[in-house]
Design a binder for this molecule. Structure first.
Ligand SMILES: CC(=O)N[C@@H]1[C@@H](OP(=O)(O)OP(=O)(O)OC[C@H]2O[C@@H](n3ccc(=O)[nH]c3=O)[C@H](O)[C@@H]2O)O[C@H](CO)[C@@H](O)[C@@H]1O
Length: 383
């Protein structure tokens, strides 16, 4: 076991899902790790999403309506959890990830970014995630890019850290869990639609999206299941808009295996989720992406997904056309792996081991933040 330590920062469900296989790969290499739970999703139990038992520090920074403010509280709080830590690992584009990265960088601890280089190329969509990704990639020492496109985005931005092409750790999890799923069931009378919708950019459009689902639910040949998000604000609004819709089953948030089984048993998925955009192609389930733009165009290029936006007529027309055309639906159902091959975590753990072996071990690490202030750093890197 190294005397050095790495810390994994987790604030939300997808971060727990996607960092769990890396935590296991680090354990296999004897790299001692610490879990830092920011508290963004206050009821998150990382072990339910496969996170192994690790020494854990909770920061109690519950999510805030203003994600920049939340990033600030995480950045200010994380220093206390970094004693003896040589590398802080953050994942994705949440306020926990950017706050954890900024707090680490300000106390002099290098940052590794898992899922680096994703870009929608529009800072307003998704907001603030596109800014957060750019900020984290600008400060990271190690950048783990899932796809060739992601790595090219990073090279174009001339990031100063070391870029490794790894695949997405979410695909490691999926390919592992897929083996335990039941074979897909089919319903000869009805096509099954699975819906998730929670992203901030969708909030204003929720009534419009809901109206397209109500119209689809009127078809006698479909059955719709909508899985609610843990965010109470979005879930409450969905229940208000869709709670009494015949033929539309609102379900509480569920475990990862359960949602994968639901996906596998579906004929068509409608979702604005980032993770589901990665998982649907691997499962070979056609996906309509409820967004105007995406940082994950690979699933569209592979023919598994269509970017449909949030306009209710377009959602209804595109879904209906697919439901009416068995051939087109079948052509979108070939499983593809544009986001990874299942070995991302092993590659990342290897790269971290190599880096730890060559990087001199500092004697003293201050946990006091250094100037400049968090907000000025955020503003600079997000320019
Ligand atoms: C802008 C953006 O796209 N940002 C994303 C955002 O995450 P997201 O949009 O992917 O978030 P969700 O949809 O909540 O999670 C998805 C995961 O949860 C599973 N799931 C779903 C419903 C359920 O009932 N039970 C479950 O287990 C599901 O199968 C999947 O694995 O942050 C991530 C972290 O930084 C980023 O990677 C990612 O870019």
């Amino acid at each position: 076991m190294y005397d050095s330590r790495v810390a994994l920062v987790v604030g939300t469900r997808p971060e727990a899902i996607k960092l769990a296989p890396l935590a296991k790969a680090l354990i296999e290499r004897g790299i001692a790790s610490r879990l830092i739970l920011t508290g963004q999703h206050p009821n998150l139990r990382a072990s339910e999403y496969g996170m192994p038992d690790l020494p854990t520090v909770g920061l109690s920074c519950a999510g805030l309506p203003d994600p920049n403010a939340h990033a600030g509280t995480v950045a200010r709080s994380i220093g206390q959890a970094l004693d003896g830590i040589r590398l802080v690992i953050v994942q994705g584009d949440t306020s926990s990830a950017v706050g954890g990265g900024l707090g680490a960088a300000q106390t002099g601890v290098p940052v590794a970014h898992v899922e680096a280089g994703l870009r929608s190329h529009d800072r307003r969509d998704p907001w603030p995630e596109e800014d957060f990704r750019i900020a984290i990639d600008a400060m990271a020492t190690l950048l783990f890019a899932p796809t060739v496109l992601n790595a090219a985005n990073l090279r174009r931005e001339r990031v100063r850290g070391r870029i490794s092409l790894t695949g997405n750790t979410g695909i490691d999890v999926l390919l592992d869990r897929i083996r335990g799923l039941r074979p897909a069931t089919t319903d000869p009378c009805r096509k099954r639609l699975l819906v998730t919708c929670h992203r901030r950019e969708s909030w204003e459009a929720l009534p419009a999206i809901a109206s397209s689902l109500i119209a689809l639910a009127r078809r006698s040949d479909v059955a719709i299941a909508l899985v609610l998000h843990p965010n109470q604000r979005v879930a409450g609004e969905m229940v208000r808009l869709l709670g009494r819709t015949p033929n539309l089953d609102l379900r509480p948030p569920c475990g990862h295996v359960e949602i994968l089984q639901l996906m596998r048993d579906s004929d068509l998925i409608l979702s604005d989720s980032g993770g589901i955009q990665e998982e649907a192609p691997a499962l070979g389930i056609p996906l309509l992406v409820l967004r105007d733009r995406t940082e994950r165009p690979e699933g569209i290029s592979s023919g598994n997904a269509v970017l449909v936006g949030r306009d209710p007529e377009r959602i209804y027309a595109t879904a209906s056309a697919l439901l009416d055309s068995t051939d087109v639906l079948a052509s979108m159902s070939t499983p593809n792996l544009p986001y990874g091959d299942g070995a991302a975590s092993k590659r990342i753990a290897q790269a971290i081991e190599d880096w730890l072996a060559t990087e001199p071990c500092p004697n003293v690490r201050s946990s006091e933040p250094r100037s400049p202030s968090l907000l000025s750093v955020t503003a600079q890197v997000a320019q």
